[in-house]
Design a protein around this ligand. Sequence first.
Ligand code: BGC
Ligand code: BGC
Length: 628
Amino acid sequence: MAKVSPSTLVIIVMCCYWATIAASQSMKYKDPKQPLNVRIKDLLSRMTLEEKIGQMTQIDRSVASADVMQKYFIGSILSGGGSVPAKEASPEMWIDMINGFQNGSLATRLGIPMIYGIDAVHGNNNVYKATIFPHNVGLGVTRDPELIKKIGAATALEVRATGINYAFAPCIAVCRDPRWGRCFESYSEDPAIVRQMTELIPGLQGDIPANGRKGVPYVGGKEKVVACAKHFVGDGGTTKGINENNTVISPHNLFSIHMPAYYDSVLKGVATIMISYSSVNGAKMHGDHQLVTNFLKNDVKFRGFVISDWQGIDRITDPPHANYTYSILRSVEAGLDMIMVPLNYTEFIDGLSYLVTNNFIPMSRIDDAVKRILRVKFVMGLFENPLADTTMVKHLGSHEHRELAREAVRKSLVLLKNGRTATEPLLPLPKKSAKILVSGTHADDIGNQCGGWTIEWHGQSGNITIGTTILSAIKNTVDPTTEVVYQENPTPEFIKSNNFSYAIVVTGEHPYSETVGDSLNLTIPEPGPTTITNVCGAVKCVVVLITGRPVVIEPYVSNMDALVAAWLPGSEGQGVADVLYGDYGFTGKLARTWFKTVDQLPMNVGDPHYDPLYPFGFGITTEPVKSS
Ligand code: BGC
Ligand code: BGC
């Protein structure tokens, strides 16, 4: 080995040191010690129009590749509902896929990393074996913001477990009409409850540090994810609850019902806001300069980025995509920063380049969009940690998270009826009986109890992921001497020929998402009503309803001995049995009005024609049974 004198060594070390300093001074955006605005400014000044437009483009996983990322400078990828690398993909497969895409982004001239978004709306729900939390309609019942924050933190860990760093949650819609197919994504008809539940945001993104500024995007590092308040604004107020439709509303009601939770979200540092497909008084939100730029950006001072919904800009015209150049112009002018294109990205990129090159859209608007996107990417530490590793995999579907989901299930149940008379309650049920009957299409079906946005976009009935069905939860809970008979839809003869002590009927709606969930009649599909009638007509019964919203139940209630609204509880069915059998008491209070007939709708608490079957805030409470 050649000998190097100590003095030469000192010179070499000094040279390396100065070279590094010089490089980072010339590439300020790469230096995490530089102030945020210096990094943003430095990077923006280096970018070509092509690179800027790439940042504004979000594409779906199905059309992404490392080459596409590199060639078009794409700023973001998403997984749409059910868009997974493979059926039952392991977290390692997710990580490999995402790192593969990221390496494409890092290989670009400036090496700007992409962010990867997914609808983690009740846990990391597209992912096999993830913990599936109750949908928002159930969480609103808990009125427990601390619990919701913990769910956010757990969801962030499970999202990071798959290498993902951006969740399209929370949905802060205020559903004013249960005929809306997305009512289950809404915490409540009451804006005050929805405001409380924005605690999901610090859960997902982390708490703004004590010396940090409120109201600016904040994402606390590698165990947290970027959140997204959606869908701005008025998505839950459309006429007859028709999805993506028109919200006819006075300014006063728009700002007192649908807007308040956005103030809270911005204050809590939400990094992104998604625009609604719907319109306000006939104006499509995707083209609404007044509400997006003048109000949200200028008045409220939102500093994160505004993202479109999936092909949302296409739907500015009727029929959708009739004039795509116009759609790009209107949406970017309105103030949208990132466009969830998400399939035909070259059409978007070419269209936007044309509009900027020909001065239809000023460069200042493009720079505003890109600055906001880069701000979020810098704040979250993406430049320092662009690649995922397997250290977080252990969090996916962990025991701790399943216990948290189980607690949320317990607190989301609402006891609507308990006994034919108040003096003879049926619940809590005795653990020890000779023989009991469990019935209904939702008693032994993980997919049904999870609802939409689970594994598939619309969810799916059947054994679609790991969890505890309500039937297995009941079996786990009763005394070993109790015989549990399960018949999905038993005949009256069968029931009468057996000597059941009591029956539990678990039935309700089948999974759906978005427009296919719209319903003008809100009836429970057959055989639900038949099962209720047959079982409750023959033996003492409790009905557990699995639904995304209040449904038509009045005709059957007099027949039942007890009725529990369990909403869409998710993978941890044990929480239902915990409360039915008195290990815990019922505490839940309706966060929605339960109507008598659909012709009363819309009907929300405070309305002059208010005449509900069960009013907002109703819920019978029980004490836990003391174990002897
Ligand atoms: C939904 C959004 C969702 C997006 C991405 C849209 O259809 O409206 O809530 O985040 O798809 O899957
Ligand atoms: C996607 C969903 C998206 C929907 C919008 C579906 O193909 O999987 O994520 O919300 O389209 O229409």
